[in-house]
Ligand binder design. Structure first.
Ligand code: FES
Length: 93
C-alpha cells in the first residue's frame, strides 16, 4: 500500500492504490485544507517533494487554477490527485 507523508506535520498514512488524496484526508482527518474540492479555489495547493510520478500529470484546468493561486513551481491541487504510489508532500502557503 502506498504511504502519503505530510512533512509539515510529520504524519504518514497508508492508502489503497487508486484512492483520491481528498478521500484519504477526509477519512483520516489528515492535516490538509480543502475548499471547493473540485479544482477551482486553490485552497488545497501543495508541492510533491517525492513521488511526483505516483500521480497523474495535471490537467489544463488544474494548471490554470494553480497558476492563479501560487507562483510555486510544480504546485498541485490536492483535490485533483489520485494516489498511485508513495508521496511526500507539503502544503503551499
Ligand atoms: S479544494 Fe478547491 S481547488 Fe482543491
Amino acid at each position: 500500500m502506498p504511504t502519503v507523508t505530510f512533512v509539515d506535520h510529520d504524519k504518514s498514512y497508508e492508502v489503497e492504490t487508486g484512492k483520491s488524496f481528498l478521500e484519504l484526508c477526509q477519512e483520516n482527518d489528515a492535516p490538509h485544507a480543502f475548499g471547493c474540492t473540485v479544482g477551482s479555489c486553490g485552497t488545497c495547493r501543495l508541492v510533491i517533494l517525492e513521488g511526483a510520478d505516483s500521480v497523474d500529470a495535471p490537467t489544463e484546468d488544474e494548471l490554470e487554477t494553480v497558476e492563479m493561486c501560487t507562483d510555486v513551481e510544480g504546485a498541485r491541487l490536492g483535490c485533483q490527485l489520485v494516489v498511485k504510489g508513495d508521496l511526500v508532500l507539503r502544503a503551499v502557503d
